[in-house]
Design a protein around this ligand. Sequence first.
Ligand code: 3EB
Length: 358
Amino acid sequence: MTISANAMIADPGHLYFSYIRPTNAALQSLSSEEGLLGIVTFRTDFWREDDGTTLEGILQIPLSGRGDDLCEIWQTTQPVVAGKVGDITYRCSRDFLFGSITLTAADVPAGNQGGVIVPPLQICAELAYKQIFSLLDHHGYPDLLRIWNFIPDINGVSHGLEHYRQFNIGRQDAFLACGRFPEKKNIPAASALGSIDGPLVVYFLAARHKSVAVENPRQTSAYHYPREYGPSSPTFSRAGWIDLGQQKVLFISGTASIIGHQTRYGGDVAAQTRESMANIAAVIAETNRVAATPLYDLNDLSYKVYLRHITDLPIVRAELDLLVTPAASVFYLQADICRQDLLVEIEATAGILIDGMA
Ligand code: 3EB
């Protein structure tokens, strides 16, 4: 294929992601690769060298370490530069920016709003999202495509409110303050999981080009959940879809056994898995409808499955094996889920390349 100079200027570059179980050596050689946007590890053991130092440029998510030895790698075909601003560490190409921010609630004093205490975690969530939006606005990556939130002790309660609900207030306040809400301003796809103690960790992928937010007809949009789930609703969309020309990338948010706004099958992890997958299938159908082309199906996706109880893994795997080709990439991690009655959350991503399209 010949590419004209103009086409090269317009080419946003491809976006590659992979889920692997690598060694320290493999990671070190990866971290010197040209188009590297980010490396995320969910392991707890190998990120330290023998001398106790941390591998440069690798984001460590503080999960329990039960589940797969997973590393997530984000790369592009364009040159990448690294930067740091405020509490954010990032790497960006001309068209993509991958970043992370880590804030410790214990370092932030509780606030006071007209005599009402503002919990430190809520303040951290608001600060994290405000820093992210300011970075993206300043550097010209207006579209927050996908974001992952790891909330310490997510179902724990302090200041009379569950941590996840505190997080939701701070997150929504930042969207409002930065003019990114109401929803027509494009809400990102997201996952929200519980981490083991420690800091709030958020990582994200943003783009210069606009993505399309997709909702699920079987579910109330999360940003319209009623108040019974907390004072502020969660600000995320069910999926984000971005058309890069030859490549069409789909990010499906963490998806659970929720119909409308209600949890289904509390206590039954097999049924929750089937319902989550039915929701993912509905999001795919909705994406194909919006794209006006049957671009995706369940077998094109790479999956990350978060289990509240790692002992449920054989049950969940057996359900997925019935629904998805054995060739699909499926990784399992242990993490708490944002509602006490949810046992499983599944996220998925597809980065299909279309040959012969300009
Ligand atoms: C749900 O649908 C399940 O708060 O960012 C999934 C994905 C969930 C993202 C978030 C929450 C979030 O409400 C939980």
